[in-house]
Design a protein around this ligand. Structure first.
Ligand SMILES: *Cc1c(COP(=O)(O)O)cnc(C)c1O
Length: 376
């Protein structure tokens, strides 16, 4: 099955009880048992048919064997790190999603899980960070907002040599463009709130693995800690995933045109996009991903100018989040990355005049006119 077909026919594409083409919303908490211990489903925290259809679907489309659906991306990421114990050490990409940084440095640290943040696009830095108690490498690629690229195959080699669990947050690329499990990752996590849902109407997280033991361990954590996705949101997410391919294709086309426009605009200083040959991670990204995605960051001369642009756009909606059908625009230094001290932000390259856009599927002519008039 090819990808777009899989988004529609993967997992359980027909309700086994009624033949319904769309898996029904099984809004139920418990199930009648035919005798003590004789049941297909026991209790909906442990398993629910609607959630299970979604979990089978995400396993299929990420080239894994087992999927798990959580109430948010953060719940999924937290569950993945809960595989480890007090005294264990994790290496993570230095510009991971802000919420991931927060849970690692303000919550999981209290349980003595220690994290070292390194630039994972630098393989030597990753090797140097390995300690005797290191148990995992956690990578995001491309990153937010500067779209830095990490070489997944090379990190997987390092992880295997040291028997480390290799976890990849694949939110930005989506399974349509990139499948980390086929590049050597052990665990893929997603904020399905973004491209997978795709319509700014559901908060959800996913985990996919390809190993029986890891699947057992993740299910144990999911059932024990209970951060599951409800049936209604599971259904919404399956509905979103059906059109992931067409949305990502459309977004890719729009993004390329916007990048070209920004590069030629006199008010724009720098453009960050992995599809540019001048992007330092371009070749690596091309080798591991079939598309460049819909995220672009660019700089204008100052924060005042950036604020002015945001005030004037009509179709680019000022909002956090990304990956939706509507184009979104934000200023990382004032929004997603405001909690990072300015000095550290500048070290990371997140300048005051940096603008991040998430390209949607509106008519490209409208998007270009919108940016043109806002930048003027
Ligand atoms: C949004 C996001 C998360 C967190 O997901 P939520 O669904 O908001 O909890 C994690 N990683 C990345 C890359 C994200 O963009």
């Amino acid at each position: 099955m090819r990808k777009k077909t899989k988004f529609i026919h993967g997992g359980i594409s027909r309700d086994p009880y009624t033949g319904a083409v769309s898996t029904p919303i099984y809004q139920v908490s418990t199930y009648k048992q035919d005798g003590v211990g004789n049941f297909k489903y026991e209790y909906s925290r442990t398993g629910n048919p609607t959630r299970e259809a979604l979990e089978k679907l995400i396993a299929d489309i990420e080239e894994g064997t087992h999927g798990f659906a959580f109430s948010s991306g953060m719940a999924a990421i937290t569950a993945a790190i809960q595989l480890f114990s007090a005294g264990d050490h994790v290496i993570a990409t230095d510009d991971v999603y802000g919420g991931t940084f927060r849970v690692m440095t303000k919550v999981l640290n209290r349980f003595n899980i220690d994290v070292t943040f390194v630039d994972t696009s630098n393989l030597d830095a990753v090797k140097e960070a390995i300690q005797p108690n290191t148990k995992a490498i956690y990578v995001e690629t491309p990153t937010n907002p500067l779209l830095k690229i990490t070489d997944l195959k090379s990190i997987s080699k390092i992880a295997k040599e040291h028997q480390l669990t290799f976890i990849v947050d694949n939110t930005f690329s989506t399974p349509y463009w990139q499948n980390p499990l086929t590049l050597g990752a052990d665990i893929v996590v997603h904020s399905a709130t973004k491209y997978l849902g795709g319509h700014s109407d559901v908060v959800a997280g996913l985990i996919v693995v390809k190993d029986e033991k890891l699947a057992e361990d993740i299910h144990f954590i999911q059932n024990s800690t209970g951060g599951i996705l409800g049936p209604q949101d599971s259904w919404l997410l399956m509905r979103g995933i059906k059109t992931l391919g067409v949305r990502m294709e459309e977004i890719e086309q729009n993004t390329k045109k916007i990048v070209e426009f920004l590069q030629n605009h006199p008010q724009v200083e720098k453009v960050y996009y992995p599809g540019l040959e001048t992007h330092p991670g371009h070749e690596i990204h091309r080798s591991q991903s079939a598309g460049f995605g819909g995220m672009i960051s660019f700089t204008v001369e100052s924060q005042e100018k950036a604020l002015d642009v945001l005030k004037k756009t009509r179709y680019f909606t000022l909002a956090e989040s990304l990956g939706a059908v509507e184009s979104l625009i934000s200023i990382p230094s004032l929004m997603t990355h405001a909690s990072i001290p300015r000095e550290r932000r500048l070290e990371l390259g997140i300048e005051d005049g940096l603008i991040r856009i998430s390209v949607g599927i509106e008519d490209i002519e409208d998007l270009l006119e919108d940016l043109e008039s806002a930048l003027r």
